[in-house]
Design a protein around this ligand. Structure first.
Ligand code: NAD
Length: 366
């Protein structure tokens, strides 16, 4: 084979993608008997074992599943690194209908695949996986976190995630307004689920003026009544006069269409992958003088929670203390972005990569 052809092989296909994104290992799991098809992606294990949840989704193609698991596992690497915890990034996806395909054997077979990696990948709950599913997986492998308190786990991570988001929001307010007080600030919370609802509680306590929306009108009405906040329509959330937009529902809500509509000066929320295009939309926000608190930093409370469970001797107070540090890290990132004239997303990735490189070198020394 000519040299040129060898180069072509090197750059194309799956290995080209892995080298571009920096993955270490991808495992395709298949079991004919149970119908299990899963992909486990290990992005980076320099700081520690790769931790990330298992998501089950009826992907329209295998390529779509692969793209999702590669993107999500890379995000976990940055999230752990920026949070100062000693974990790497990983993720697993199971392809199929979560309503009909999950059986005890199916889940235990997946558990066996996780176990075959000997702790290099640690799993947890994600979209369409329930506590009972994790219990079955746990029967075949001890490399599972995020278990309920009744099984010795750390329990619901959402209050910790909400606290981290609140800390990140306050730090961003400090940067933008010169004070971290949210009193009187108009905050638009999109999605009042597990995290959004706890966030609303913090904001109301601090006397912010909160508007909320959700897919479910009854839920919005009930929460608006409970906390004395304003209910707005699902699409209206992008147009209202607000100081802070807090996406706590879906990813990719910060995009070409919404950036032109948003009137806020800060975006700080819990959703993963808020920027549809992490490069272009990061810079579009800068042009519009909207300060963005990087999602993977400020929503890391849940990961901090499972990390403490993984370490053992779980202590809820210590978990909240660690989540509080998101405030300082967020300010550092916003300052770095300002000094280097780069987007806050880019600054956060830069700091994550620096920690991985620095600690990687430390680990090489004898
Ligand atoms: P959740 O499912 O409990 O809540 C999400 C809420 O958003 C639901 O009430 C849903 O009805 C609503 N929603 C969905 N689409 C919407 C839309 N188009 N407009 C308005 N509302 C909509 O989820 P959660 O655990 O609260 O997590 C919220 C977000 O934060 C998710 O993106 C999740 O991936 C991310 N996150 C959560 C955690 C955690 O600890 N739970 C940790 C990190 C990141």
């Amino acid at each position: 084979m000519e040299v040129k052809e060898v180069e072509k092989v090197k750059e194309s296909g799956i290995f080209g993608t892995l080298s571009q994104l920096g993955h270490e290992q991808v495992v395709f799991c298949h079991d004919e008997a149970t119908g299990l098809k899963a992909i486990i992606a290990i992005h980076n294990t320099v700081l520690g074992p790769a931790l990330g949840g298992t998501r089950m989704w009826n992907y329209s193609s295998e390529q779509e599943a692969l793209t999702d698991v590669l993107r999500l596992s890379r995000g976990m690497t940055f999230k752990a690194a920026i949070s100062g915890i000693n974990l790497g990034g990983g993720k697993a996806v199971i392809i199929g209908d979560a309503k009909t395909m999950k059986t005890e054997a199916f889940l235990r077979r997946f558990g066996k695949f996780v176990n075959s990696l000997n702790g290099k990948y640690i799993t947890a709950e994600d979209v369409n996986m329930k506590t009972i599913d994790m219990e079955y997986i746990n029967m075949e492998t001890k490399h599972v976190t995020g278990l309920p308190e009744s099984m010795g786990g750390g329990g619901d991570p959402s209050p910790v995630t909400a606290y981290g988001v609140y800390m990140g929001m306050k730090a961003t307010a400090k940067k933008v307004y010169g004070s971290d007080s949210l009193t009187g600030k108009r905050v638009a919370v999109q999605g009042v689920g597990q995290v959004g609802m706890h966030l609303v509680e913090y904001l109301v306590k601090e006397k912010a003026e909160v508007s909320i929306t959700d897919l479910f009108e009854d839920k919005v009405k009930a929460i608006a009544k409970q906390f004395g906040v304003k209910a707005v329509g699902q699409d209206e959330i992008y147009d209202i006069d607000s100081d802070i937009y807090a996406p706590c529902a879906l990813g990719a809500t910060v995009n070409d269409e919404t950036i032109s509509r948003l009137k806020c000066s800060i975006i700080a929320g819990a959703a993963n992958n808020q920027l549809k295009d992490e490069v272009r939309h990061g810079y579009m926000l800068m042009d519009k003088s909207i300060t963005y608190a990087p999602d993977f930093l400020i929503n890391a409370g849940g990961l901090i929670n499972v990390y403490n469970e993984f370490l053992g001797n779980y202590n809820r107070n210590r978990v909240f203390e660690q989540a509080e540090k998101i405030y300082t890290t967020c300010l550092n990132i916003l300052n770095l972005a300002e000094n280097e004239k780069i987007s806050s997303q880019e600054a956060a990735i830069k700091l994550s990569e620096k920690r991985i490189a620095d600690i990687g070198r430390v680990r090489m020394t004898r």
